[in-house]
Structure formats: C-alpha cells, structure tokens
Design a protein around this ligand. Structure first.
Ligand code: SF4
Ligand code: SF4
Length: 472
C-alpha cells in the first residue's frame, strides 16, 4: 500500500464520521506552531518575520494538547519556527500520539540526529538489539565514537526521559527545497542539505518514517525537483509533500510602489503553477507524493477546486489564525469561534474569480488539498481515484536516484554562499540584498509558503534568478 493501512483508515473514518453527521466544517490537519523561534533564517521565511516580535513566546504544552483535542483533527503537523527547539517537544509528540493522532514533525533537519541519539540512549540499556544499530550507525559515519559511548553509557535517568521513538503514527517531515546547492542557498547556510541527508539516513536505519516537504517557486527548476524526488526515493523516504509557493497582494503592491517592478517578473501565477506542476500526475505514479490525486489534477490545471482552509487550521501563540496558514486577518480563542465568525465565502478562487485579491494566485496544499479529500468539488469517479491512490502498492525506491548529483554545493567546495552574496550585491538596481536582515527590505514583507515551515517566494525567487543569471 502507498500509505500505512491504519493511517489511511483513520483519515477515511474521520471523513465518513463527519459526512454521516453532516458536519459542515471540520478539521483534517492541525498546523500547530508551539513557537516561532528558529535556528535558521531562510531567505523569504514569512514566519520568523511575521511573528518577529514574539519569537521568544511559546504555547504551553498543556495548551498545545488541549487545542489538538479541541479541533480533533486526525493529523497534527507540528511546525513553527523549528519545533525541535520547543523545550517539551518529546512530551508534546507523545501526548498527541496518546490522543490517537498521526504526528508530522516539520523540521529543518538540524536537530534530528540529536533527538534520535536521545532515543537510543534512553532505550539502549533495556534493548540489547540496539547495539547492532549503534555499530551500523558508526560504520555509516552517522554518529561519532563519542556519540556511541554516550549512548552505551547513558545513566539510568536517561531511560526515564521522554523521547521521540519510531512508530507508524509518526513522520519526520524534512524541509528540502532542492539539491545541495539550491537548498543551502535558500536556507542561507552551507552544510544544511548534507545534515538533512544524514539525518534522513539515520532515521531510516532506526525505523522512523520520513517525508520531505518542498515548495516550488517561480525560479525552481522542475528537473531539479524530479532529481530531488529520485534521490530521496532512493534513500528510502516514505513520501513527499510538494506545494506551490505564492505571494499575495501586499507583497505585489510593494513590488510596484517601492521597487518600481512588474510583479509578473517575480510571482508564481496560477498559470505558472500549472506549468510547473504539469507532470505531477506522473510524479504521483513514480514517487509517493502525499496529497490526493484530485488536488494533483488541480495543480496540473485539469480541474478547479474551492479553498477549504478551515480544514487545515493553524494554532499559534496568538490563537487560531484565520483565514489560513498563509494570511492573517485575525486570531480566535477557539476553533469553533473561528469557524463561526470568519466569513469563509470571502476567500478563495471560484470559477477563476478571486473572492479576495490576496487569494488570486494561491493553489497551496493547505487551502486546496483537503478539498480533494472532502469532495467539495466532487466529480464522478473521484472517490475511486482517491481510494486507488491510497490503497495501491507504493512506488518502489527509485534506482536512478543513486546517479543523481545531489551534493553539488558545499560538499564539492563551491563556497556558494559567498558566491551568491557577491551576485546579490552586484544585482538589479533598487533591489536590496536577499541576505539583508531587518529594515524594510523584501524579506520583511508578509510572504507565504507551503505550510511546512514559514516560507515565501519573492525574495527566494529573486535570489535564485540572480544566481542563475550569473551562471549563464
Ligand atoms: S523557513 Fe522554516 S527553517 Fe527556515 S527560517 Fe523559517 S521556520 Fe526556520
Ligand atoms: S485561497 Fe489560499 S490564501 Fe486564500 S484563504 Fe485559501 S489558502 Fe488562504
């Protein structure tokens, strides 16, 4: 099967339960942001900028667990910021698992190995079979001798600590926006891609489920995305989330007013998204792409869907964020209050007409993927299509992935961040450095991404465009 039976059955049961009860609106996935602090400062990240004045604030553990109960979504995506910085992340993950929900930890990958070493240290004394795994991790250079010693000699107190252990109900969801060169540029730190790959390899050896989470931008080279799928499929990754990035009205206006630029130069419009995703149905056959085939048809331009942002609500330090993960028109104290008070008919695109100009180019998964599962634009055969996609055999790991030149940046000594900074400095007149921090530059605009990590498009696209121009 493409996805574990218990997980598919849980989600299907949730939908059927609400359909039978005729619940008009209900949650499918909770995007839980316990904090917005992050160890990285990716180009164009909306989250660390929109919430820049409250980066030190956190949602208390008890509140996180309570909001998961409150909206009762079968899946909880713990994001942020970087969720592994949350001091009680282990208790949070285990608390949600105890509630019987599926957990995705949306991470930039930098602390995954540490968390997995904590797991090994906690279980080593009671599970002698782990020695073989520790030796294997050493052989593969995924841990050091010092790490192995610390695991083997962990004091009994380590066994009492909560840890993130592998289970079929849990996925690491690792943010990857390309192969090494591109990804390190976007996250603005060399070595991040390599660390993600090592963390993923370690996770697979230890029996965790792992997904990747990618946003496609105007400047994204689709061939690179295909190579990325091949590479991670070959590494044994269990699935891929992919979604178009987009920028909304405020950022567009800024482009025109402050920089005197034509927004069409930068933004991923609906037509561009469809072009980028024209092969997504093929990708869905070759790789384990998460999301329904109905949503994939929408991305490929084969059909229309209406936005169901209420099905993927976001909770963070300010409350329930409305109308969606991307746009903020208000925060509410309960999910029910948000459902009742927000005029949902004001949002989305219906028959090609944007009800809100900020929604015009949005096709993101947190607005439209649930529409495919919930049948809001049902067409004959959709249920069978979704059933077949979920229950048919999973695509095999892609052997071609072994040939992909994934380490095309820091690993081959490109020093590409310095190169990129130089290119940006000599870039277009009027545009400030995509690496600049603070001030009224492009990155401070509220920009939007795919729902995995707060991420945006304009600054990233500009960065990638300039680098490509320099390479040509
Ligand atoms: S995109 Fe994610 S990893 Fe990057 S700075 Fe934002 S929250 Fe952190
Ligand atoms: S169309 Fe996109 S931006 Fe608009 S409400 Fe839906 S998810 Fe949010």
């Amino acid at each position: 099967m493409r996805f574990p039976l218990a997980l598919s059955a849980k989600i299907a049961g949730h939908i059927i339960k609400h359909k039978l009860r005729r619940t008009p609106k209900f949650a499918m996935v909770l995007q839980l942001e316990p904090l917005h602090t992050c160890n990285l400062t990716c180009t164009g990240c909306g989250r660390i900028r929109e919430y820049s004045t409250s980066l030190k604030d956190m949602v208390p553990l008890e509140k996180c667990l309570a909001v998961a109960e409150e909206c009762d979504a079968p899946m909880v995506s713990i994001c942020g910021g970087e969720p592994l910085i949350y001091p009680r992340i282990e208790e949070l993950v285990n608390g949600i698992l105890r509630q019987g929900r599926i957990v995705y930890i949306c991470t930039n990958g930098m602390f995954m190995r540490k968390k997995m070493k904590d797991y090994l240290a906690a279980r080593y004394a009671s599970d002698p079979s782990l020695e073989a795994l520790v030796s294997k991790l050493l052989d593969e250079k995924l841990i050091t001798e010092k790490d192995a010693e610390a695991i083997r000699k962990a004091d009994p107190a380590a066994a009492q600590k909560p840890v993130i252990a592998p289970t079929k109900w849990l996925y690491w969801n690792v943010h990857i926006d390309g192969l090494e060169y591109t990804h390190d540029l976007i996250v603005e730190r060399e070595g991040v891609f390599k660390e993600c790959v090592e963390a993923i390899r370690m996770a697979k050896l230890l029996g965790y489920q792992v997904a990747t989470n990618t946003t496609v931008y105007r400047e994204t080279d689709v061939r690179e995305i295909e190579d990325m799928f091949k590479f991670f499929s070959w590494l044994g990754v269990d699935g891929h989330t992919i979604s178009p990035g987009y920028d909304y009205d405020a950022a567009k206006k800024d482009m025109v007013k402050r920089l005197g630029k034509d927004p069409r130069e930068f933004f991923l419009t609906r037509d561009m998204t469809r072009k980028k995703f024209e092969r997504i149905l093929e990708w869905g056959k070759q790789f384990t792409i998460f999301g329904t085939p109905v949503y994939q048809e929408f991305l490929a331009g084969i059909r229309e869907l209406t936005c169901t942002a209420w099905a993927i609500p976001t909770y963070n330090i300010r409350g329930w964020k409305a109308p969606c993960y991307l746009m903020t028109d208000g925060h509410y104290s309960t999910y029910q209050e948000m459902l009742e008070k927000v005029d949902w008919n004001k949002y989305g695109v219906v028959n090609g007409v944007a009800r809100d100009p900020r929604c015009e180019n949005c096709m993101v998964h947190c607005g439209y993927d649930p529409s495919g599962a919930l049948g809001t634009n049902y067409q004959r055969g959709d249920n069978w299509k979704n059933f077949k996609y979920n229950f048919w055999p999973r695509p095999k790991p892609c052997a071609e992935g072994a040939k992909v030149n994934a380490f095309n940046g820091a690993s081959v000594g490109k020093g590409h961040l310095a190169e990129a900074k130089a290119a940006i400095k000599s870039g277009l007149a009027g545009a400030k450095s995509a690496f600049a921090r603070g001030g009224n530059d492009l990155q401070t605009q509220p920009v939007a991404g795919n729902g995995g990590c707060g991420s945006g498009t304009s600054a990233r696209d500009e960065l990638l465009a300039k680098i490509r121009r320099k390479e040509d």
